[in-house]
Design a protein around this ligand. Sequence first.
Ligand code: 13P
Length: 236
Amino acid sequence: MTSSKIIAGNWKMNGTATFLKECLSYWQSLSLVHNLVICPPFTLLTEANKSIHSSKVSLGAQDCHQKLTGAFTGNISADHVKETGCSYVIIGHSERRQYHGENNDLIKAKAETAISSGLKPVICVGENLGEREQGVTLEILQTQIEACLPNSSRDFLVAYEPVWAIGTGKAASLKDIEEVHGFLRKLVGSGIPLLYGGSVTAENCKEIISLSDVDGVLVGGASLKKQDFGRMLCGQ
Ligand code: 13P
């Protein structure tokens, strides 16, 4: 029997309330093998939570602020996220690092705050293409891990998302994923789920999640394809 893994769908700045409702209804009608964490935009979270009725489905947000309240126009706090019914929050995604200047210190602060609000942070790490080509991937990951992981609790997940694999259609090779996840496992120890993200599709998902030290995947584009994502959730 296939063991249950985590399949997280990061919708980024995509999707509508109607489409999300349709997807949740479809996915929950299937015989789910894996656990789904669906991460739509903030504005869809409360409504999405009302459509969840399977113990194999939970909700996640894509970011939260490092402070719980205050004069931070336009930001959303971990308490707000929690109030929508979320169990998870993605922290430090490479798009946040790239377009919002988020650094390791900020990511750690956000992860600590998320935990204090009762959320499980999914902390993203990953090297860029230049770093991969220079052969410094493991050093970069070690620096990110040492700087970003919270001290207060071990109730978090780590997502390895090589920046060059995100949205490019070029997933890391199985060999590279296995090497990096083995390295991360040694760094973080047991009991911390390790997800892989970057061009995961219905075609490569099954092989990737069967690798040792891969506890699940974080999926962008393919999580917006209702049927393909459904196949991934069913272990097909
Ligand atoms: P893609 O699956 O579209 O490559 O995106 C990966 C990602 O960024 C998930 O967080």
